[in-house]
Design a protein around this ligand. Structure first.
Ligand code: CU
Length: 107
C-alpha cells in the first residue's frame, strides 16, 4: 500500500471511530439450541445488541415491558440500539422457555 493510500485508510478509520460515542458498545447475544447466551447482560443506553441466531429456527427477542420486539430469522444477525434504561426481561415469542435479561444503565 502506498503511503498516501495508507494515510487515507487511517483517516477513514479515525473518522468512523469518532462518529460513534466513545462509550457505545456492541454486545452480542447468541441464540443457540433454544437458549439465549449469555442469559444476562449489562449494557448502557446507546449500546447496540447484536442478536446472533445460530439455530435453524426463527427466534425473537421480545421485551416483556413492550420496549422492543426483535425478530431474528434462522441463521441471521439483527441489531437493536438500546434507547431506554431499565432492567428488561425478554423472551422468544415462539419458544417462551427462552428467556433472558438486559440491565440497561442510564447514559
Ligand atoms: Cu425462539
Amino acid at each position: 500500500m502506498s503511503p498516501g493510500r495508507c494515510l487515507l485508510v487511517l483517516a477513514t478509520m479515525v473518522s468512523a471511530m469518532t462518529a460513534v460515542p466513545a462509550h457505545a458498545e456492541t454486545i452480542q447475544i447468541t441464540m443457540d439450541r433454544l437458549a439465549f447466551s449469555p442469559k444476562e447482560v449489562n449494557a448502557s443506553v446507546g449500546d447496540t445488541i447484536e442478536w446472533i441466531n445460530n439455530d435453524f429456527l426463527a427466534h425473537t427477542g421480545t421485551a416483556r415491558n413492550g420496549d422492543w420486539d426483535v425478530a431474528v430469522p434462522a441463521e441471521k444477525t439483527v441489531t437493536l440500539v438500546l434507547k431506554k434504561p431499565g432492567t428488561i426481561e425478554y423472551y422468544c415469542r415462539y419458544h417462551p422457555n427462552m428467556t433472558g435479561r438486559i440491565v440497561v444503565a442510564p447514559k
